[in-house]
Write a protein that binds this ligand. Sequence first.
Ligand SMILES: Cc1cc2nc3c(=O)[nH]c(=O)nc-3n(C[C@H](O)[C@H](O)[C@H](O)COP(=O)(O)O)c2cc1C
Length: 374
Amino acid sequence: MSENAPLKFAYWVPNVSGGLVTSTIEQRTEFTYDYNKKLAVLAENSGFEYALSQVRYASSYGAAQQHDPAAFSLGLLTATERLKLIVAAHPGLWHPAILAKFGITADIISEGRFAVNIVSGWFKDEFTGLGEPWLEHDERYRRTEEFIRVLRGLWTQPNFEFSGDFYRIHDFSLRPQPFDVPGRAHPEIFQGGNSTAARKLAGRVSDWYFSNGKDFDGFSEQVADVRGFAADNDHAVRFGLNGFVIARDSEAEARDVLREIVDKADAGAVEGFRKSVQQAGNSTSDGKGMWADSEFADLVQYNDGFRTGLIGTPEQIAHRIVEYKKRGANLLLLGFLHYLEDVEHFGKKILPIVRELEADLDRTGDPIGVGNAR
Ligand SMILES: Cc1cc2nc3c(=O)[nH]c(=O)nc-3n(C[C@H](O)[C@H](O)[C@H](O)COP(=O)(O)O)c2cc1C
C-alpha cells in the first residue's frame, strides 16, 4: 500500500458490556448482537472498512459480560456485505491450526472478509483461572511469533511443516484454503501489543501493528522503531492507531465531555485494571509497552484512546487524523461513547473533511489548514 493510499478506518466492536470507557457517564451503546448488527451495517455504509472484536473471557474492570469475538464476528460477517471483521485471539488459549481452520471457513462464508488480531495477553487471571500457564512477558511473544508463522504457513502452503518450541506441525494441509482475494496472500494478521518484544514481532511477521492511543511523538517513536526492525527483516508492516473520538460543535463542549467521563470514572475498576496491566510493558526490562506510563485518566479508556486527542470539532479531529497519516498511520481504530449516533456522525461530518485533506496532501504534500498540531 502506498504512503498516500486513503486512510482506512476501523471501529472497536462493543462485544463486551459497559462500553469503551470505564465510567458511569451515559453511554448509549449496547453489547447485544441486535445492536451490533445494526451498527455494523451502519458502519460499512459510513466509510468503515474494518471492525475489531475484542477478546475477554472473564468479567473484569467494567466488562461484566462478554461475547466471544470469533462467533460474534462470524454473525456480523453474515449481516454485512463489505465490512472486514478482525477477530482477537490469544496464543496459549487457541491452537493456531484450529484458528486457521475456523478462519478459512469464516473467510469463505464472508468471501474474504476475515482477519485476526493476535494478542499476547495482559490478563494473567484469565489464563490461570482456565488452568493454563502464564508465561513471562517475552516468552509470550516468542510463542506469538510461532503462532503467527503457523497461521500463515497453514493459510498458504500445502504439506506444511513447523518445528518450534511451542508448536509442531507435521506434513499438514488445510483444505479448502482461504477465499481467493486478488492481491491478498491470506487473511490479514494484525497484532496487539507495543513493548519492544511486540515491536520486533511486528518487524518480523505481522501484517499490521496496532498502537495503543498515543500523542504525535509517542506514535512516531513506535513507527520509527518498528520500521527499523522491519527493514532488518525485509518485512513490510502497516500501522493502525487507537483513538477515542469525542466530536462536538465546539472544542470546549468536547473537552467538557472528556472531563465528565473522567470525573465519573469507576475508580475501583480503573485501579484494578491498572494493577492487572502491570503484566504488560511494565513487566519488561526496558519498561516500554502498553500502559507503561498511563495515568489514571488515560486508563478510563482502556486502550489509552484519549491520548490520541481526537477530541474537538469535526475539523479539528479530521486535521489531527491526517497529521497521524503524515506520521505513518495507515488505519485509525476508533471508539465512541454512543456508537450508533457517533459512527453515523463520523461518516457524515468528519470523514469527508479527512478525504479533502488527504486530497490536498496528495497534491501539495501538506494538508491545508491550521489547528492540527495541538
Ligand atoms: C488495538 C489493540 C487491541 C487489543 N485487544 C486485546 C484484546 O481484545 N484482548 C486482550 O487480552 N488483549 C488485547 N490487547 C493487548 C495485548 O494482549 C498485548 O499483547 C498486551 O497488552 C501486552 O502488551 P505489551 O506488548 O505492550 O506488553 C490489544 C492491544 C491492542 C494494541
